[in-house]
Design a protein around this ligand. Sequence first.
Ligand code: SAM
Length: 213
Amino acid sequence: MKAENGMTATPVQPIVSPFYDRDGITIYCGDARDILPALVFDAILTDPPYPNYKEAEYHYQPDGLECLRAIGCPQAIFWTPCHPFPLDWRGMICWDKAAGNKNSQFEIVYQRNWTTGAKLWRYMTPHNSVRANWCGDVCNEHPSQKPIQLMKKLVAEFGDVRTICDPFCGSGSTLLAAKLAGVAAIGIEVERKWCEIAVQRLRQGVLDFGSEG
Ligand SMILES: C[S@@+](CC[C@H](N)C(=O)[O-])C[C@H]1O[C@@H](n2cnc3c(N)ncnc32)[C@H](O)[C@@H]1O
């Protein structure tokens, strides 16, 4: 039997109870490598740790993406332009951070198991409260918080999916974007602090002005 994530279905129970489970959004606080095999979803949208950026703080592992390799559903994965993406891929979206960022001024979102071509999208990073507000966002403490308008557009790119999984969900930008789009979502995050912030954001919603940044 094939599960919706394209893997052979095995009756595995999640090894931890959800940290949060409400209105179609579930968060597990733990290691994606342990929890992911037990989950059922239709697409992956994620922003994992990558080399040479906050490696210790973000629990970077050189083989961290291996848990996604065999999953057959459409996947959109953020990655640094400074290092080769470690998995096979078919399309890419370049996120132009609209300048002013002291690290990479763009990131690549690699598309696996499907493609919508090669695209360039510009959205400002919400890395301070003034700029976040300007973009219709709310700045939180996560150093890699993604713009909610960008995440909404990526969610829409999957088309008609029921459940999106973000196995490295940080402060929950994917989950919030999915919620705003009326799509169910499952997040996994190893740091309790970011799980708590994700829950706060889901409870509060966002200033959603539909800005293009
Ligand atoms: C780049 S951040 C994601 C930020 C997120 N896109 C946001 O908008 O807040 C990557 C996250 O993955 C988490 N992480 C690292 N290894 C993990 C693992 N094995 N399982 C679950 N989460 C993990 C880190 O704690 C970090 O918060």
